[in-house]
Design a binder for this molecule. Structure first.
Ligand code: AMP
Length: 502
């Protein structure tokens, strides 16, 4: 998972890019980068590993000149995480192009081959975003005009859609020409566009989430459509075109379950409201399947599950209480390599309020259960705090299949639901009862007004919407993701970084 932003304005964009990245920091805490372009067509870049607030100091911000710029925050999806692989990426031919990308290409190997052998382009990292940039650059080169027009850009993006498979929401900047943004034909990863009217004209902002637009007093114009490319030229003129033959709006369902901020609108759907409806569906399931339940209190596992837990408690007619207090100065625990470190972090992150548990039958609510490591410890914490019985409800169904479209998920063998039915998962987690959302209910909760055609639900049902995922690819992804390989990657990165420093 990553976050992107791009702005074409009538004043300097460095601060607005920084703020837009900070507000999307939940989408990735691994690396951050900004590239700007000034009136002379010169690019300025700052990128490094770390949080936005740690990567950009005043001295970097001052150097990021210009009224056009793009930015990125990274959450590594697979493989290594060196600062050289942070984004935006840059190529100097044709024109000078910079690109930032959220998603994961699933035919990187083939594209890499094509880029080397036919397109004569050099790749300097293992990043699929560098591949995407070079495919775009090659396609622009092919239609090469000295000053590319909107139709040249749309033609190039149409070719990108033909060549690239997988998930991509990308924003790119062409020196002295303008900024473009596009989504893959399935719209798996999100992107929105907003504007702000100033005395000098209209400023435009593209972002992964609408919250970046609202919070900077821009107005949300709309989602970028699957397959569509929007282009804002350096005169501030807006152009757009559908560049895919058969676009099918099927966004990633996990955005609604976990990733996006609740105050974002995504593909016309309020993330917050969709989570509330997940709570309603869970309450309906409990009422249906367990009418004589003995739940005394509903307690959310902070933070994401709150909207669902609150609505669940309301619909069930059972009191809602905050029972865990989160240390907000500790980062997310999910990406820590190796189980030992991960376990320690969860305990440091959450602490129970004893009196909410003592002598009660508690229903804990989480947005999803992936490895189960978090849930196991939280359940134990609830018991240690004096709970009589501990039940657990998950707003999403069991995660059983790898995500290949840009979400960092562990290897399937590490999922607690791997080769286990619900009773066995409950046993493994140490709960007295486990209630999972049904997939049909999850879809209905999110897609209340049928805003989208379907969702990418692959991590729940193994149905990969792009149709190109086979056993070989899953094996390849798995090899990149299991804990051992993550640790190897970390070692390799440390070595690469040592060499860089030297
Ligand atoms: P666990 O079951 O221990 O793997 O942790 C699951 C929790 O991590 C969920 O409750 C989510 O809040 C969160 N989570 C789910 N998927 C991800 C992900 N891809 N990256 C980071 N956190 C996640």
């Amino acid at each position: 998972m990553c976050g992107i932003i791009g702005i074409v304005a009538h004043t300097e964009v460095n601060q607005a890019l920084y703020d837009g990245l900070t507000i999307q920091q939940h989408r990735g805490q691994d690396a951050a980068g900004i590239m700007t372009c000034d009136a002379a067509g010169r690019f300025y870049l700052r990128k490094d590993n770390g949080l936005v607030k740690d990567v950009f100091h005043t001295r970097h911000m001052i150097r990021l000149k210009g009224n056009m710029g793009i930015g990125h925050i990274r959450y590594p999806t697979a493989g290594c995480s060196t600062s050289a692989e942070s984004q935006p990426f840059y190529v100097n031919s044709p024109y000078g192009i910079a690109l930032a990308h959220n998603g994961n290409l699933t035919n990187t190997k083939l594209l890499t081959d094509q880029l080397f052998k036919s397109d004569r382009r050099h790749l300097n990292t293992n990043s699929d975003s560098e591949v995407l940039l070079n495919v775009l650059a090659h396609e622009l080169q092919t239609s090469a005009k000295l000053q590319p027009q909107p139709e040249d850009i749309f033609n190039a993006v149409a070719q990108v859609h033909k060549r690239c498979k997988g998930a991509y929401a990308a924003v790119a900047m062409i020196a002295g020409v303008g900024m473009l943004a596009f989504r893959d034909p399935y719209g798996i990863r999100p992107a929105v566009i907003g504007y702000r009217d100033t005395a000098d004209g209209r400023d435009y902002m593209v972002a992964s989430e609408s919250v970046a637009i609202d919070s900077q007093d821009y107005h949300l114009l709309r989602d970028i459509e699957p397959g569509e490319c929007v282009f804002i030229d350096n005169q501030g003129q807006f152009h757009s075109q559908q560049c895919a033959d058969n676009p099918i709006k099927s966004p990633c369902i996990f955005e609604y379950v976990y990733f996006a901020r609740p105050d974002s609108m995504m593909d016309g759907i309020s993330v917050h409201k969709s989570r509330m409806r997940m709570g309603t569906k869970l309450a309906e399931k409990i009422t249906r399947e367990w009418p004589d339940h003995d739940i005394d209190v509903v307690i959310p596992i902070p933070d994401t599950s709150r909207s669902a837990a609150l609505q669940l408690s309301y619909d069930l007619g059972v009191i809602y209480r905050e029972g865990f207090i989160k240390n907000r100065y500790i980062g997310r625990t999910f990406i820590m390599p190796g189980q030992t470190q991960r376990k320690k972090s969860v305990r440091q992150k959450l602490n129970p309020i004893g009196l909410e548990f003592q002598g009660k039958n508690v229903l804990l609510v989480d947005d999803s259960i992936v490895r189960g490591t978090t849930s196991q410890q939280i359940v134990q914490m609830a018991r240690d705090a004096g709970a009589k019985k501990v039940y657990l409800a998950s707003a999403a169904p069991p995660v059983r299949f790898p995500n290949v479209y840009g979400i960092d998920m562990p290897s399937p063998a590490e999922f607690v639901a791997h080769n286990r039915d619900v009773d066995h998962i409950a046993e493994e987690l140490g709960v007295d009862k486990l209630i999972y959302q049904d997939l049909a209910d999850l879809v209905a909760a999110i897609n209340k007004k049928s805003e989208v055609t379907c969702f990418d639900t692959s991590c729940f049902d193994g149905d990969y919407i792009t149709g190109d995922i086979d056993a070989d690819y899953l094996y390849y992804i798995d090899a990149l993701r299991n804990d051992n390989s993550k640790q190897d990657n970390q070692k390799n990165n440390a070595i690469i970084e040592l060499h860089n420093d030297a």
